[in-house]
Design a protein around this ligand. Sequence first.
Ligand SMILES: CC(C)(COP(=O)(O)OP(=O)(O)OC[C@H]1O[C@@H](n2cnc3c(N)ncnc32)[C@H](O)[C@@H]1OP(=O)(O)O)[C@@H](O)C(=O)NCCC(=O)NCCS
Length: 388
Amino acid sequence: MSGPIGGGVNVAETDLPKPEGLEGVVAAATALSHVFGEEGRLVYRGYDIHELAGNASFEEVAHLLWIGHLPNRTELDAFCAKLWDNRSLPEGVLTTLRALPADAAPMDALRTGVSAFGAIDHQRFEPAPDLDEAIALTARVPSILAAFFRLRQGKEPVPPRNDLNTAQNYLYQLFGVVPEKRHWQPLQVYLVLLADHGMNASTFTARVIASTQSDLCSAITGAVGALKGPLHGGAPSKVLDMLSEIGAAENVDAWLTDALDRGERLMGFGHRVYKAEDPRAEILRGMAEEASDPDFFALSKRTEDRALEMLAERKPGRRLYTNVEFYSAAVLAAVGLPGDMFTPTFAVSRTVGWTAHVLEQTANNRLIRPQSEFVGRTDKRFTSIDER
Ligand SMILES: CC(C)(COP(=O)(O)OP(=O)(O)OC[C@H]1O[C@@H](n2cnc3c(N)ncnc32)[C@H](O)[C@@H]1OP(=O)(O)O)[C@@H](O)C(=O)NCCC(=O)NCCS
């Protein structure tokens, strides 16, 4: 027999487009956020990100994404009370985190912690995903990370406080002291900037899982796994590694030339959708200049300027610009976080976007099940094991 197994249409024989990496494919309708790649613009539910960054709190943005509008004072107070009262981890999640080796990656600990929360508190997550579940999980993501961060240092987790905002409480649970405004405020702006970003890889992952009518924790566990990769959220700690290897302004050119000669990608540059500067990079650059050590900022700026010049020379027409990850490194380092907590801190924010997308998918669901282009053979015959 030749032809496709099952006698169906071989997609390779049709004229369907086969975009590499699904580039340009519209995978879902969303009213949550949109990336205008040519203009370098990001919009959350009608608000340009420049309107929100520095003006709205992370909680206001979570309300905006989940519920659809910026809250008034009464709504915000009720919303914060609910979010902040949901931070304590079940003992079983803490036991699971205690069982992990101290050298486990924090993203792996987060993936495990979210999955454990879903299994331990499974009755909470049995109905179709709803806002209460989204709040319950989002509130616990920073607690999972902070608990693991302390356990790996041989310290006990710090119980959450329900009188601190998300940025304050995250730093409080990590370091055990109520943070100063100069630390929690840049973190809050970072959390606002990273909360959602169109149909990125981890959000798509969450929506695919939700579309099977699986549970919220499964969708977010998958999303954490997708975010971890360096082509998505795993880049900022590598930016920090790059800057520490470069070490001083006089080494910038040689380091970048060597890396590009070896065919390596420069972390913190390039984007699938933005063909102009990522607006989040512009805001984070300003924050990094204010918040980070002046020598570190000068090295970052020199590296960025030369990287942009070299990428324009070597990849003409590719339009490679600074992305969000480049200055995330400087801002998160200035806030006191070590490199391996950068991507997990991205997840603290993006859990809002992921869960909002799961709710949106659930409200108007159809199973996401694309086709593949079959490039294999269809004509083989079975032979017994002794004949092979
Ligand atoms: C983000 C990213 C994955 C987007 O990838 P993409 O849309 O699939 O783009 P492509 O892989 O098709 O790259 C297009 C071209 O630009 C080059 N390119 C893209 N990003 C580059 C980078 N950061 N450094 C060097 N070259 C880069 C590719 O090598 C390719 O060149 P070629 O056509 O000569 O082979 C990519 O830009 C990248 O790897 N950036 C570095 C990692 C990073 O910062 N990730 C965080 C993203 S927010």
